[in-house]
Design a protein around this ligand. Structure first.
Ligand code: FAD
Ligand code: NAD
Length: 407
């Protein structure tokens, strides 16, 4: 008898942890598992602000997928998925190759949301992937070099759009990392302007008032100029256009005004709600028995009105339940209902401050920053045990991750 084929699309938080759990749950020879991802590395999205400013080594943020999986249990295929044909149980890949499945997990993650604002797609940078964060780093260095030639102050103006968690983490990191970069490039840091622009009346508008005040104060102490209650209406390569006829001359805009599910999944004839794959309480795509979806490309309703937020925390809680349900499906056993337990949220503001809430406890300052490090270390531990933490931090026995970035 042919072994059932399990195929996982995407090796982000949801996909890689599901494949690791399957390695543990499946008996030897019970199924073939194939993990497909467009790059041969996995990256820590929650630390991309550091790659963007060059405050962390690449090896701390990205690691090769073959290093993380057990090749005797999981086949890894580096390929870009273009289509899923559920009628024929087939995944189509760029280049024309196809892969058949009996059980499929779609965990293709998120895309930035630009709301069709003119010039953003063409001119702004994003903190979306390891590659896009490296593009920011190279661009910053290029601007520092060019400033020495033309003294154009707009080269030293770094603007972050959106004061959600992504925005404040990047603003804090820029304030921490730019002095060193400026020194390396022989550019006076005093001439640098870091600006955060937020449409709502404050940064992190969804957080308690004290946390908002604390964050605003920390950002101001870091000499970051905050422009709130102001929408960005567009940008070119040289300026950012704001409401009320304001223009900010700047050659660097990082767009972090929110995310949406990977739009590729909308073209596959599967049930879509709010642009994402609608899943049932077992994490199966509605009206299917053998196609699952987790993480940012899926929509899981917590109750009648509220969907779970697109966070790593959600994807990481879904992954083990999804693995269990895939195995139960192939064994003909009953499935487990997914229940989400929110543990809290913590964001860093540079190296020595953080803000967040864990349970009922509000965190700020060094404790907040420390908690963010603990959360990251815990993830690495789950991914590859203590040896991965050592490898990450000390660079022992690491395979080099290579990315090509347009410069
Ligand atoms: P992803 O992690 O996006 O993984 C999707 C994978 O699919 C990627 O490897 C991608 O390369 C691959 N892929 C995409 N399209 C294709 C294709 N066509 N073919 C093949 N492969 C493909 N959440 C938190 O809980 N805490 C945080 O501190 C936090 N920090 C964040 C910081 C930033 C800057 C950002 C942008 C987000 C942050 N989030 C955080 C949110 C979190 O990163 C996402 O919710 C999480 O990455 C979702 O996991 P996922 O597995 O659904 O998708
Ligand atoms: P977000 O949606 O949380 O925040 C986007 C911000 O951009 C909002 O405050 C919004 O008012 C603002 N905005 C929208 N349009 C604008 C415009 N035209 N001009 C100016 N401002 C505008 O998005 P995010 O910060 O990218 O986060 C995405 C997801 O990732 C969220 O679920 C978040 O919780 C998660 N995340 C978590 C962490 C963490 O836990 N440390 C860090 C980063 C991201």
């Amino acid at each position: 008898m042919n072994k059932p084929k399990i195929v996982i699309l995407g090796a982000g938080y949801g996909g890689i942890i599901t494949s690791k759990k399957l390695e543990k749950l499946l008996k030897s020879g019970e199924a073939d598992v194939t993990l497909i991802n467009k790059h041969d590395y996995h990256y820590i999205t929650t630390q991309l602000h550091k790659t963007g400013v060059g405050t962390a080594a690449d090896r701390q943020i990205a690691m090769t997928i073959p290093e993380l999986i057990d090749p005797s249990k999981t086949n890894f295929l580096k390929a870009t998925v273009t289509h899923v044909d559920t009628a024929n149980q087939e995944v189509q890949l760029e280049g024309g190759e196809t892969v058949n499945y009996d059980y499929l997990l779609i965990a293709l993650g998120f895309e930035g949301q630009t709301f069709g604002i003119p010039g953003i797609k063409e001119n702004a940078f994003e903190l979306r992937s390891f590659r896009s964060s490296k593009a920011i780093y190279h661009h910053i260095k290029k601007q520092l070099n060019l400033f020495k030639e033309d003294q154009d102050p707009s080269r030293l103006t770094f603007v972050v759009a959106g004061g959600g968690f992504t925005g404040i983490e990047l603003l804090g990191e820029l304030a921490d990392g730019l002095p060193k970069l400026c020194k390396e490039h022989d550019v006076p840091f005093e001439k640098v302007k870091i600006i955060g622009i937020e449409a709502a009346p404050s940064v992190i508008p969804f957080f308690p008032k004290q946390s908002v005040e604390y964050t605003t104060e920390v950002l101001r102490k870091l000499n970051i100029q905050l422009i709130t209650s102001t929408k960005i209406l567009g940008c070119t390569a040289d300026k950012i256009i704001l409401e009320n006829n304001i223009e900010v001359p700047a050659k660097t805009l990082v767009w972090s005004c929110g995310v949406q599910g990977n739009t590729i999944v909308q073209k596959w004839g599967l049930p879509i709600e709010k642009g994402k794959l609608a899943v049932d309480s077992y994490l199966r795509i509605k009206n299917t028995k053998n196609v699952f979806s987790i993480g940012d490309c899926s929509l899981f309703m917590k109750d009648d009105k509220t969907a779970l937020a697109p966070t790593a925390q959600v994807a990481l809680q879904q992954a083990p339940v999804c693995a269990k349900n895939i195995v139960a499906s192939l064994r003909g056993e009953s499935l487990t209902t997914f229940e989400y337990h929110h543990k809290g949220s913590v964001a860093s503001i540079g190296l020595s401050a953080g803000v967040g809430k864990v349970g009922a406890v509000r965190l700020s300052g060094l404790i907040g920053a420390f908690m963010k490090l603990v959360i990251e270390a815990r993830y690495l531990f789950n991914l590859g045990g203590p040896s991965l933490i050592l490898k990450q931090h000390f660079g022992v026995n690491r395979e080099q991750v290579t990315v090509t970035v347009k410069q």
